[in-house]
Ligand binder design. Structure first.
Ligand SMILES: NC(=O)C1=CN([C@@H]2O[C@H](COP(=O)(O)OP(=O)(O)OC[C@H]3O[C@@H](n4cnc5c(N)ncnc54)[C@H](OP(=O)(O)O)[C@@H]3O)[C@@H](O)[C@H]2O)C=CC1
Ligand SMILES: CC(=O)N[C@@H](CCC(=O)OP(=O)(O)O)C(=O)O
Length: 309
């Protein structure tokens, strides 16, 4: 059976990468709107209601408007925006965390944010299994390639080649904090310090852990073992067992599209400190790859079909 798919926002950064991953796949038939009609509400309404699955790759307000255009009981949604990530009635599209069957059966799926993907992948299994405390003020430092800010930020970084690093979120309240707190099961909102580097894609999310002063904490090796067991069998998420041989971690500006996620647990010799680090592609498991993974499950297919792993 063919699943018809309409990508609303198909020529944006996320939309284009989803279309690339669906290209040549006979299980899906893409509904497309030409340049003259892609922002025409009547045309979008028709395409949305014709589709079995609509994937929203739009700014938050436009995503809310698109959902309001659905006038049938059949059309299912994957929303790549932040609009519905902690909204009632929506399933968080993180199959490894919420369960593959839950995503497969969902009608309204909210694609996780790019930074929260790394944060939640590292913390949720450990907090849910009481290996790390829920009542702790976690910090999270992260860098993203500039494609994370869509067409506008890509334009800015490609115009001004002198920006090497851009810290932001300086007045707090970043839009990703609520989903990080909710799905990692935390009692206290994490302190989030995001930044952008002069690379098109790629992301590193780091959570420093002062284990020695954290109540009920366990040694770093146990944290790594628990994550390894949790993600056993996943073709998308890998837990590194050793330190990189070179003794350093690199994000390369030439990174190719990649839909995987690698988790690292690095611990000090005395076990008093650890660094949890997630490495991903903001446009891969952080956006388009995750949307295709959920779409595969919703269509009853292998979750990794068409992914770049
Ligand atoms: N980039 C990333 O790494 C990630 C992005 N996301 C989310 O995905 C969504 C899309 O982001 P991204 O692809 O980066 O953004 P872009 O700015 O690259 O693309 C957004 C697209 O939406 C189009 N658009 C805007 N308003 C409308 C409308 N009313 N009707 C139809 N089309 C419209 C834009 O048109 P036009 O081309 O004319 O401007 C543009 O093509 C956002 O909500 C973002 O938060 C999520 C995770 C990561
Ligand atoms: C580098 C950059 O600007 N990143 C964006 C997050 C990516 C995004 O807009 O998408 P999601 O919220 O859907 O993940 C930001 O920090 O606002």
């Amino acid at each position: 059976m063919t699943t018809s798919v309409f990508i609303d926002g198909a020529v944006g950064t996320t939309g284009l990468e989803i279309a690339e991953r669906l290209g040549g796949r006979s299980e899906f038939a893409l509904i497309t709107l030409d340049e003259a009609r892609r922002k025409d509400d009547a045309a979008r309404r028709e395409a949305i209601n014709d589709a079995d699955v609509v994937i929203l790759c739009l700014p938050d307000d436009a995503a809310r408007d698109a959902v309001a255009m659905i006038a049938n009981d059949r059309t299912r949604v994957i929303d790549a925006s932040t609009a519905h990530r902690v909204a009632d009635g929506w399933t968080y599209g993180f199959p490894e965390i919420v369960g593959r069957d839950t995503v497969a059966e969902a009608k309204r799926v909210s694609n996780p944010g790019c930074y929260p993907t790394g944060f939640i992948a590292l913390l949720a299994p450990l907090v849910h299994n009481a290996l790390l405390p829920a009542a702790w003020p976690y910090s999270v430092h992260a860098v993203s390639g500039y494609s994370g800010g869509g067409k506008a930020l890509i334009g800015r970084f490609e115009e001004d080649r002198d920006i090497a690093w851009r810290g932001y979120g300086l007045s707090f309240g970043h839009k990703h904090v609520p989903e990080m707190q909710r799905y990692a099961g935390l009692m206290i909102a994490p302190l989030f310090s995001p930044a952008v580097v002069a690379a098109h894609r790629g992301m590193v999310v780091e959570i420093p852990l002062p284990l020695g002063v954290m109540p009920g904490s366990v040694p770093p090796e146990l944290l790594r073992a628990a994550l390894t067991q949790f993600y056993e069998g996943s073709k998308v998420v890998t837990v590194a067992q050793d330190l990189p041989e070179s003794g350093e971690m690199l994000l390369r500006a030439s990174m190719e599209p990649w839909d995987g996620l690698t988790l690292h647990v690095m611990g000090s010799a005395d076990g008093e400190q650890a660094r949890l680090v997630a490495v991903l592609d903001n446009l891969g498991k952080g956006a388009s790859g995750a949307a295709v993974q959920s779409l595969n499950l919703m269509a009853g297919l292998d979750e990794t079909a068409g992914l770049r792993l």
